[in-house]
Design a protein around this ligand. Sequence first.
Ligand code: MOS
Length: 733
Amino acid sequence: MNDSAFPKQPRIDARDKVRGAALYAADQALPGMLHAALAVSTINRGAVRSIDTRAAREVGGVRLVLTHADMGEYKPAGHVLGGGFAFQSMQPMLESGIAYRGQPIALVVADTLEAALEAAWLIRAKYDEQPFQVTLDAPARDIVPQQGSPLPQQMFADKVAGDADAAYAGAAHKIDAEYLHPPQHQNPIELVSTVAEWRKGTLVIHEGTQNSGAIRHGLARQLNLDPARIEVISPQCGGGFGLKNSLQMQTLFAAVAARRLGQPVKLVVPRSQLFHDASFRPASRHHILLGADASGKILAAIHEADQQTSRHDLFPASYADMSARLYGIPNFRGRERLVRTDVQTPGYMRAPFEHPASFAFESAIDELAQQLSIDPVELRLRNDTQTDALSGKPLSSRFMAECLREGARRFGWSRRDARPASMKAADGAAIGWGVACGAYKAATSPAIARIAATRDGRILFTVAGHEMGQGMRTAIANVLVRRLRVDPQALVIQIGDTRGAPQHLTAGSWGTASVVPAAEEAAQALLDALAQLAPGHDPVLRPAEVLALAQRERIEAEVRRKAPGQPDAVYGRLEGGMPAPAGPVYPEFVSMSYAVHFVEVNVEPVTRRIRVPRVVSMIDCGRVVSPVTADSQVRGGVVWGIGAALREISEVDPRYGGFLNADLAEYVLPVHADIGHIDVGFIDRPDPLLNASGVKGLGEVAMVGVAAAIANAVHHATGKRIRRLPIRIEDVL
Ligand code: MOS
């Protein structure tokens, strides 16, 4: 491996993206293509008694109207966390039951989008309604696990090190506080969209996804088809953030309509329906207890979390893992429970558990620092570790202390006056400086990669992976260009496409740490094969020159690699479209990525509006393979953290169900004017154990800790400790 830092190459697809040449699923305009739209339930729980579709059928250009009564016999694809492929176990429109407001009840297909939308508006249903609950603290709470429940107990096993309750009871200094995180929706710019076409008995799906394998194998189950007769093509995905990690409900509708009508069908789920037609970040409540001695050594931590799930699925929570692993706390107990609510099944949204957990836990750490009168950076350094507190195994690499020290230096932390509400700007705004840390598991997925060199100078490379804007193609290209000394324009990188290597889930920040080592190995395998082809050739020759010498058109190689400790059977899972990630606990070590965020907030004197003029983020993600996209990834994570801390909430009302602010006018996000200076720094030291490339994950850890740093800064600015997100003007009046 070449140990020098990777150069700042631009995105390999940057020019295509800015010129509109990068094609997304809904950009497909196929000959004869029809347009589909959905009508959705206006009640939150019950059943459809009758649907009147007459007016819809009379709209000019309408070709097909389907409801549960005439949809046909299709199987659900199963929940992705229960051996299936879909984001929830319930596929709408197979039965009359309504599990949440916004659930599709009818599909309209028409010659034009306008006709489809008009017809969908004209569909009227009569319902039998049932009572429901949509909040964590509804009066009739249905909490899982319950005593004597038959559920798999390991799903709810406490996470334990030492004896936290005894150590807490005996501690001289204590924090006992509860924090609340709201439901949120991720809102990728590219809506959930499917274009389905049947080509001579083969179903071709164009869809932006993180998991083209799940779409193939999930549809195969739903349609009772051989997976080999389904191709899923997803060269670009306009943001996934966890929402596009499995089979969505609209894909079946588009496939069925295209088959019935014998023409391609496009179905774009509009933003307002996306709030109910795909997963979201569930509400969660966190009870944190910390016990410490006067020197700031934390002796005990307890993290008890309740998280919302749906009535029909258990979306498992794992908040306590991050809290347990962030510091060297000898006594820890984590407990997670689920609260059933009448919503679609929630799912993974960027840093799904680590972000809410760090908001709670890192706020509590700040409260402890204040109680002990110890600087919050210093308190964290005193609890640093090189050993995983939960398993006792060594950490593969951890530079969190370096992140704290370097971040403090860049930020100017030593000039901070520790007293709350003590620092003022020239315009009278209260200044607050806050810090918080984050950790995220360094997971890796096994990979099957194929590489080929052709006489005309191209390098073809395919592996399981999806380009969702994070820069996966660029990371692969950087490795191949360095190893093979070819021009980036000579690379053809086929990802997200079931016609190439077997596809499975890209998520959990394992993308780069999985495909980059595979690309390095594949490049080496290709070089070895070329050396065999033309023994003694000049090693500075490029692959195409060696092929010319040997008078060959093409040479290929395949590599298979898996995470430390994984059995060979994992490759079978990949072929079946199932993910098989490993980590953070490996046989010999535990591997985590780390982030430290320093934040300044200004609270304006009259309006009490909270601004974030600057952020310093220091990241330990192992080796940085693609500096340009890594930098963007962290900026994106920081913006997400600002959104979570100060803006984002999916509003629910127990009287109506569903999510009330289901569009970008009312689901408030940070805009450019809300973002100040973001200084991103990387430790950029390769992890020695996780893989030969030294890469850990980045996409999610970038966000972890930002919201807590902002909440801590708000406390520093105002003296008010806000334990519920988002923090609003009325909280700091
Ligand atoms: Mo990510 S939230 O694991 O797609």
